[in-house]
Every structure is written in C-alpha cells, then in structure tokens.
Design a protein around this ligand. Structure first.
Ligand code: ZN
Length: 286
C-alpha cells in the first residue's frame, strides 16, 4: 500500500536548547544512528523512504526560541533540506504569531522560495491560544492574518494538540477546544489536528472532528496499534484522517513500524488506503 507521512520532524541538534536536546538524545528509545544519517543529507532520508515504501513526507518546521531554542533558522534549514527532492519532501512552513510582525510576508516569501503549501503552528511551544485572534481572547492580529492567508490560498494548517514532554511547554494551549472557534470563524480553512488531543482530550477532539467538516485528524503521536482505543469510532472520521508518524521523535522506531502497526488494525483495507495515502490529495494544494 502506498504511504504518505504528513508529520515528520528533522531538527539539527545544535539548534535545540540543551535541555531539549537531552530530552531527545538521552532517551533510550531514540535512534541516534538513523538520526545522524538523515540529518546529514536528504539523499539518506530518501534512500530510507524507498526502503520503507514511503512516497512523500511533510517535514515540519516552526520557530520556538523560548521553549525549544530553534527559530527561523530551522524553517530555512528545512526549506533547503527539502529542495533537492520536491516530489518527495514537502517543507512545512511556519510563522510565530507572537514574534512575527508581518507573518504573511514571511510565509509568502518562503512559499515562493521553497514551494511550500502547508503550515505548522505549535501553540504548546509557541505559547499562544489558537483562538487568540478573537476580541475577547486578546485580538492577536498576526494570528488572524496567518489564518486568512492559509484559508484564501487553500493551505492546510497543522496544529499540535495534546501534551508535550519538553521543559517550558505549556500544555493548556494544546486543548483542541480552541480549534472550535477557528473552525467556526474560518469555515474554509483546512485545520489539521495533530495527535488528536492525546492523551486526555480525545473525546473533545472526536466531537470537533464530527462537528466541523474543515477539521482533519493527523494520527501522529498516537501509537497506531492503539488508535481504536483512543478513537473507538474511528470509522466515522476516517475520510478526514491522515497518516502521520511523528518520527524521528523518541519512541517511534521508524515510519515503517508505524505503518505496520496501522496495517494490523481490524479495519477495512479501503479505510487504510484512504488514511495512508488518498486523503492527502483531498487536502493538499499543489
Ligand atoms: Zn510533532
């Protein structure tokens, strides 16, 4: 079966805060050998993707200087890294609604340079509420500009939801409920809810997925073999669910391992095919 992974992280170690680096590299479940290889060159990553049968991946980027340590340099690095394989690697662009005064100019410049058509925001590491553009939530204009830009261009925005293990992360911003406002106020915006509110907001996440046709689920960060425990009524939302692995985060052996786990679930093959591959084409804009 063909596979597209919408959620992969590649971050050079020297861009991370020391404590963040320790959290990752001292984790016994982190695969340092493969990390070193793929970070050194996209050729290595594409070779591994071929071995694992992965056709395309989204490489995440975002700027989180205060929590994670990496900033716009990472976004630039991801763009360059992906540029030699435009058909296989999509650089996911980002802006920081608290730090960027002109987020749209920045996104537009990046889009034209690296041909990105996907945005990532990380409220838990960038420290904002996804509905902070609203009057009663502080009227963060930069955020509204980002949403308007994404909506009018048809670019999906992946939002991290749920917890984070990194020091300084603020979990409260990972509550999926704030996406309810976003989905109402930006009805044509493609909202990709990463991690489905894992590990304790899944019911809320599921409700939002059913309520809003413009919210999609990215299953990254949910152990695939436990997907049906987290989302027992997954069959009601599979047509807006996307396969993401969150590789190369600690504890995720390989994209292939996640695919194998997903394939072992007791669900119909056509559903698996939609999630692993076909749904991507409903949401991405070329
Ligand atoms: Zn992630």
């Amino acid at each position: 079966m063909k596979v597209i992974d919408v959620h992969v992280h590649l971050i050079p170690s020297e861009m991370m805060k020391e404590k963040v680096g320790e959290t990752i590299f001292e984790n016994k479940a982190f695969n340092l050998d493969i990390y070193r290889k793929v970070i050194s060159s996209p050729d290595e990553l594409v070779k591994i993707m071929d071995q694992w049968g992965v056709e395309k991946i989204n490489v995440m980027s975002y700027s989180s200087p205060y929590v994670m340590g990496f900033d716009d340099k990472l976004i630039e690095w991801v763009g360059k890294y992906c540029s030699s394989y435009p058909d296989r690697l999509m650089p996911v662009m980002s802006a920081n609604p608290l730090l960027d005064k002109k987020p749209v100019e920045k996104l537009e410049e990046y889009r034209s340079k690296y041909n990105s058509s996907w945005i990532k925001l990380h409220p838990v590491h960038q420290l904002f509420k996804p509905n902070a553009y609203r009057e009663e939530e502080g009227k963060l204009e930069a955020l509204e500009e980002i949403y308007d830009y994404a909506q009018s261009n048809g670019f999906p925005i992946t939002f991290h939801t749920g917890t984070s293990i990194f020091p300084g992360a603020r979990i409260k911003y990972g509550d999926p409920i704030f996406l309810d406002d976003v989905a109402v106020d930006f009805p044509r915006l493609k909202i990709v809810m990463a991690h489905g509110g894992r590990p304790f907001w899944m019911e809320e996440a599921f409700f939002l997925l059913r309520r809003h046709k413009n919210i999609y689920l990215d299953i990254a960060g949910i152990p695939p073999k436990k997907l049906l425990e987290y989302f027992p009524r997954f069959r009601e939302i599979y047509d807006r669910s996307l396969f993401g692995s969150d590789w190369i985060s600690p504890g995720i052996k390989s994209i292939k391992d996640n695919v194998d786990q997903f394939m072992s679930l007791q669900i119909e093959d056509n559903i698996k095919e939609m999630v692993l591959y076909k749904n991507y084409f409903k949401i991405v804009k070329f």
